[in-house]
Design a protein around this ligand. Sequence first.
Ligand SMILES: [Zn+2]
Length: 511
Amino acid sequence: MKTCRRKGLLLLMAVLLLGVGACATKNNDMPQNDKAEEGKLTEEITPTEAVMPTEEVKSTEEGKSTEAVTPTEEVKPTATPELTATPEPTVTPKPTATPKPTPTPKPTATPKPTPTPKPTATPEPEKINIEYLTSGGITSDETVLKTKHLVFHIPANVYIPENFVETVDILTSAMENLSGLKFEGNPVYSDERTKVTVEKITDAEREMGSAYASPDGVYICSGDLLDLYALVHECSHALQFNQSNWFYCTWAMEGISTYTTYKVQKYVEENYPELVYMVGSVDQSFGNFTITDYEELYSHPMEYWVDNILECSWNDNYPIGFRLMWYLDETYGEYTKWISEYEKINPYYRSRDMGNVIQGEDQIQIFKTVYGETVFEDFYLWLKENEALFESGVVADLSGAKEVWVYPSCTYSQIVYSMGFSFQYEDLLVDIAVGREYLEEYKGKSTKDMVLLVSVGTTLELYDAEGNLLRTEGPIQGYHPIALDGVSSVKLVGSGTTSQFVIEGFENYKQ
Ligand SMILES: [Zn+2]
């Protein structure tokens, strides 16, 4: 634990030294059914699996105000099942060949001072080089893909999932509505979308690495396109940077990101349950941001946590920020207001340069100015009464979803193909063909030995590609791997809850 903490601290220092925004490192090197351990070991955000449903948490959470979460028209998914409408070939405009007549040079007497050029945003043209599969596609060359708020720069040979643009639009529009912050509006970027640079790790099988954000955009790995948790987290930082380029302390910056991401997860579960697997369940947020000993937190004022790391937490001071933003949101409804207020008091010259770190005192004072002198004492008092809100063990409600698909992820040494969280279902069809195609066509892996593991008591119907029922399995008793040979989709029959939906049967690989 100590080593990990130090690693986290070093990482954080490196990050600040480099002037790079806060990161959401994803270490998916462990099987999904071992995720609780994973959360402990990595310094940053990693999903955890908690199996025990706690009704208490669920009901309290439902009582939480979500007025801000009004779904707008914009957030509705478009019905088109295609990734993008029609991939247009890139047309590079040719420079006009007509030679200009050389004007006779006028004698200029007084040289005018050169005006300082305003940084102008040059909108980048979309470049779509995607070879489409039955679902999703693979980039054949460098691709510039625009969504409503983001522009993705994707190298060649990267898998792009089905409905990617539509899904990103739903998530980013929700992020704006839930946080009260805008992607656009930064004077520098004015007409530009937030840039997302996608890295493909070319010397390894793995497609997961570190993700981070800085005032000049967001950086993620190719595998993050299949699981948009890291994208949402980093784009939350981008929303903050679009207001101000100041760097705040960990609990302030990561509070914005972790809490905004949690709100998006909750919003998606309530409005688009079929997309929960794309951002993770709220329980993963609770698991990632566990505090094991609240007394350590309460033993020092919030000022202390500007420069000191909470030992009894997973993931540095992220869990403090997560709770503080929750408190501010519930009490004042404006958990991001301090960003713009600080910018008014102490404007940062917005440029493409990296941001500066503000002083600890200023950090504390801005919260007191915006929310009152006793905001931090009040926060501790509130948290003492509400620690249970943050306990993990919440089961995701997918009962409103009719069909989902789940993508495998490729970690350091193995393929992890799992829903990754406990969920409630009602006649839910899970598409296996999408993940199978991804593994075979993109990763070049054999899927002939794939088997499915679900919780005891689950009844399944297995279908082929034409939708014909092949056979029924269950109710499952004990350990019972179900062969998926020739199976395109699996229906979880009736109403129930399963703590696992895991597909195994892949050979581990060496990097
Ligand atoms: Zn972060």
